[in-house]
Ligand binder design. Structure first.
Ligand SMILES: Nc1nc2c(ncn2[C@@H]2O[C@H](COP(=O)(O)OP(=O)(O)OP(=O)(O)O)[C@@H](O)[C@H]2O)c(=O)[nH]1
Length: 518
């Protein structure tokens, strides 16, 4: 009995112990699960950090992350882990090879930079240190990236230094040609007064030894000035059109008002006339129907009074009409006067512009466009009257020497003086234009073949006798002239070509002479 009681208490004790052990085991299980969960999460995050290196590895890791989300599938993940481990090893080796390749490439680039002799000394030293540093292997991309950044900054510094102190682009014959063409173009375009000093400075710069930067700047400035002129011209035309439009609006309003007034007056007058006719009819009827003279008298007097009133109204209406008409006429007159003034101003501006467009701005002689106009005119005259007409081309001899020895502005002054001399040596009916550069064209009508050579030699002598003095040196400037007379059935351009060919011959036969094409 005693035993059975002791056994029972032992069983109870064991039961309690078992219970406690079970509880402790469950607690341990939960704790472990929690740790495992944290570990799995950590693996998941780690695998995400590896993403983007290799597609196969990415896929494997994605699958692993999926399996690790549930305890039940952790077992399935084990074979995957083996594959992934191998892939990771391969990837590591691959990255190390890549890093080494990159290090070698950087060394190659740095050797190239070292060849830039003009690099500043300070950068050259830094590059040397950098090159030594490149001797150590890279362990990760974080060793590589700062090196690339450093290399880029070397490039930047060298480039900046070269831009700051770099040699200007060398001027070539092509640039000189461009400078010359721009200078010619400037001479042919008329600039506004306030622009002229700027243009002269540019012209001066173009004629001396110009650098490419200054040439580009000159082109830019001239273009800006031309655009400014075009836009001013445009706004002047717009102003005129606006004034024209405003005036037309006023005129239209006045005419509409005046029409409306006439319409109203016409209706009123019609009404008054109707009243007058009816009063006159009344008088007529009274005369027929009323026998009693007193009665008739009073009826006629009454109708006459009404007629007078109507006539008075009609007169007042006509007077008002006249006043309105006068007012309208005054407004119209004022508008037409103002418009006339605007039109005259505009015409003047156009005329001035036209005149400017036909003048060479350096010599103030007619320019090439004016010459073409005049040639046509003389040609038409020749066709009608068959009077002699000569075309002569004059060219200054060795003009380049003047520019080269005394400068372009002296060359410009020489051109101006010779232009004046040519102009003064001709009659009013004769014409001289600057054809371009140092070449002039003369149109000489009504001179016989026997006299032309003498006339042109006089012109040549006149130029030769100009007492030029440059840098205290007495200089004689001469011209060569070629001339041709227009022939029956010849176009004037053909005559010009013959004159030009004669000039060519004069140039080759010693210059300072006149040759007539016969
Ligand atoms: N100062 C100045 N020079 C000009 C102008 N237009 C052209 N020239 C120069 O005129 C010179 C003409 O030279 P070339 O065509 O070689 O002739 P050249 O020296 O007169 O010699 P020949 O005609 O053969 O006797 C060039 O140097 C041009 O630059 C100008 O408007 N002003």
């Amino acid at each position: 009995m005693k035993d059975s009681m002791a056994s029972a208490s032992q069983v109870n004790l064991l039961k309690q112990k078992l219970h406690l052990a079970k509880a402790a085991l469950t607690e341990l299980d939960e704790e472990q699960n929690e740790k495992l969960q944290t570990l799995l999460q950590f693996i998941g995050h780690l695998s995400l950090a590896c993403k983007g290196q290799n597609v196969e590895l990415d896929n494997k890791l994605a699958k692993l992350r999926h399996l690790l989300t549930k305890f039940e599938s952790v077992e399935e993940a084990l074979p995957e882990l083996v594959d992934i481990e191998q892939l990771l090893k391969k990837q590591y080796n691959h990255v190390m090879v890549q890093l080494e390749d990159s290090r070698v490439s950087l060394s190659r680039v740095i050797r190239q930079i070292q060849r830039i002799d003009s690099a500043p000394e300070k950068i050259k030293k830094e590059i040397n240190y950098f090159k030594k540093d490149l001797g150590k292997p890279f362990h990760s991309f974080w060793d590589y990236i700062p090196k690339v950044e450093q290399l880029v900054s070397f490039y930047e510094e060298i480039l900046e230094d070269q831009l700051r102190h770099g040699e200007a682009i060398k001027i070539s014959p092509k640039h000189r040609q461009l400078a010359h063409e721009l200078s010619q173009m400037i001479s042919e375009v008329e600039f506004r007064k306030h622009q002229r000093d700027q243009v002269l400075t540019i012209k001066d710069r173009l004629s001396n030894d110009i650098e490419v930067d200054s040439l580009i700047e000159a082109y830019q400035t001239i273009l800006t000035l031309l655009l400014e002129n075009i836009s001013q011209e445009k706004s002047a035309s717009q102003e005129f059109l606006c004034a024209l439009n405003d005036s037309l609006t006023v005129v239209r309003e006045v005419v509409t008002d005046s029409c409306n007034n006439s319409q109203r007056s016409f209706q009123l007058k019609k009404q008054i006339n109707h009243e007058l006719y009816s009063r006159v009819d009344n008088v007529g009827e009274a005369i027929i129907n009323i026998d009693d003279i007193h009665n008739l008298k009073s009826q006629v007097t009454e109708q006459l009074a009404s007629i007078r009133t109507s006539l008075g109204r009609k007169e007042a209406l006509e007077e008002r009409e006249l006043i309105l008409l006068k007012k309208s006429m005054d407004i119209l007159k004022k508008e037409v006067n103002e418009l006339g003034k605007e039109a005259a101003d505009y015409k003047e501006r156009l005329f001035e512009q036209q005149k400017i467009n036909l003048l060479d701005s350096l010599t103030q002689l007619p320019n090439r466009a004016a010459l073409e106009e005049r040639m046509e005119q003389e040609f038409r005259h020749f066709q009608r009257h068959k009077q002699p007409l000569w075309v002569a081309v004059a060219d200054i001899d060795h003009f380049k020497n003047i520019n080269d020895s005394f400068g372009h502005s002296t060359g410009d002054k020489t051109l101006q003086v010779i232009a004046m001399a040519l102009k003064n040596s001709l009659r009013d009916t004769e014409f001289v234009a600057r054809y371009g550069g140092e070449e002039f064209v003369l149109l000489i009508p009504e001179v016989n073949a026997t006299d032309i050579e003498q006339l042109l030699n006089r012109v040549r002598e006149k130029v030769k006798s100009i007492p030029f003095k440059f840098k205290n040196q007495r200089i004689t400037v001469t011209v060569s002239i070629g001339a041709a007379q227009i022939l029956e059935n010849e176009l004037i351009n053909e005559t010009f070509d013959r004159a030009d060919a004669a000039l060519y011959r004069a140039k080759h036969e010693s210059r300072d002479r006149v040759i007539i094409d016969v």
